[in-house]
Design a protein around this ligand. Structure first.
Ligand code: UT7
Length: 330
């Protein structure tokens, strides 16, 4: 089996800022309610003409340019998203075209909601280890603002847009210590109707009626999602650490999915992790779905919160339900 190396990370965050005060003018809410119940102060919103692939391409360029990686050597593109540009072709194929890569690649999307980046990492690791890929571009990109019901205060205050990318490579070098140390992941489809978009698929295709009834936007039972999210994120970190043969307090930084500051705090408390070792940017971006953990990892590296040799845990939870954790050595 080959070893897997992380060559670079990158991200792209749209410029438009939507503050809680802006939302006060749109729905019956308040800055105070949003901050105390979620920890979110503002989020970013993509332009009208920016699609998921546009954000993905910017994140990919940022990632590739940091290490001047020759793009023609990328043989696999995976995009984790639940807001694809269209049902098909995959956003990964669209990204291949927009990046201007001339060679043929292996390209596909992963649908695992907020856990999409972790799921993508698991697939990336497998492909690289068995030699099916040499240089792999893993992107998470979501533009949830286009699938939010802007009249529903229960959901519209929570989400934001963004994209992150990671470049990974396989190597025969047995001595490398950085890369993916271990992963843990799972799903339970019995929770499908606690967090979903009812229409737009083959079950309920778009029609005048589905549009009139607003069935193309996110529906969430927040309280129920909250409880399972805490349990599964804690469980995922514990199990991923067990698989790697380390204890949770050996992590230099934990990067949890950023859906709600109260979820993050509850996870930190249950894992007994010092708050200074938990990465937080939910105040600035809200919940960016699959992009959250990779954008956060990139920010943690760029801001030097972590450096070469750091042991980092990523953990996510999302619709499906899906969950997962990855332990990385940077
Ligand atoms: O990415 C993974 C998926 N997402 C999550 O993990 C999110 C999980 N859930 C949550 O983060 C929280 O459940 C929410 C932030 C969605 C809601 O917080 P909560 O403390 O669970 O509030 P709640 O649902 O119990 O609602 C309390 C009250 C309700 O009013 P009534 O029925 O008690 O009169 C809501 O209508 O707060 C009301 N409310 C709001 N009030 C002002 C809900 N949203 C708002 C709002 N502004 N934006």
């Amino acid at each position: 089996m080959k070893k897997v190396k992380i060559l670079s990370t990158g991200c792209y965050i749209p410029n438009n800022v939507l503050t809680n005060f802006d939302l006060e003018k749109m729905v019956d809410t308040s800055n105070e309610w949003i901050i105390t119940r979620t920890g979110i102060r503002e989020r970013r919103i993509a332009d009208k003409d920016q699609s998921t692939s546009d954000l993905a391409v910017e994140a990919a360029k940022n990632c590739i340019d940091k290490v001047n990686f020759p793009k023609e050597e990328i043989d696999t593109i995976i995009v984790a998203t639940i807001t694809p540009d269209m049902l098909f072709p995959s956003t990964a194929c669209i990204v291949h075209k927009k990046l201007g890569i001339k060679r043929e690649v292996f390209a596909f999307d992963v649908s695992a909601a907020c856990s999409g980046f972790i799921y993508g990492l698991v697939l990336a690791e497998g492909l690289l280890k068995i030699g099916k890929s040499k240089n792999l571009l893993l992107i998470a990109s979501d533009v949830l603002s286009k699938f939010v019901n802007w009249q529903d205060r229960n959901t519209c205050v929570l989400f934001g847009d963004g994209a992150g990318a990671m470049l990974l490579s396989s190597t025969d070098d047995e001595d490398i210590e950085d890369g993916i140390v271990g992963t843990y992941f799972g799903a339970d489809g019995n929770y499908d109707e606690l967090l979903y978009i009812p229409a737009g698929g083959s079950k309920l295709p778009a029609s005048f009626e589905t549009v009139q009834k607003n069935l193309h936007t996110i529906v969430m039972s927040g309280k129920e999602v909250f409880k399972v999210a805490v349990t599964k994120m804690v469980d995922s970190v514990v199990k991923a650490c067990e698989i790697c043969g380390i204890s949770v307090n050996q992590l230099d930084l934990l990067i949890p999915h950023q859906a709600n500051l109260r979820i993050i705090n509850a996870v930190g408390e249950r894992l007994n992790i010092d708050p200074s070792k938990i990465f937080i940017n939910v105040d600035r971006y809200g919940n960016m779905s699959a992009s959250t953990v990779i954008v956060s990892l990139d920010e943690a590296i760029t801001s030097k919160k972590i450096s070469k040799g750091s042991l980092v845990g990523l953990v996510a939870f999302g619709g499906g339900f899906t969950w997962g954790a990855a332990i990385l050595r940077i």
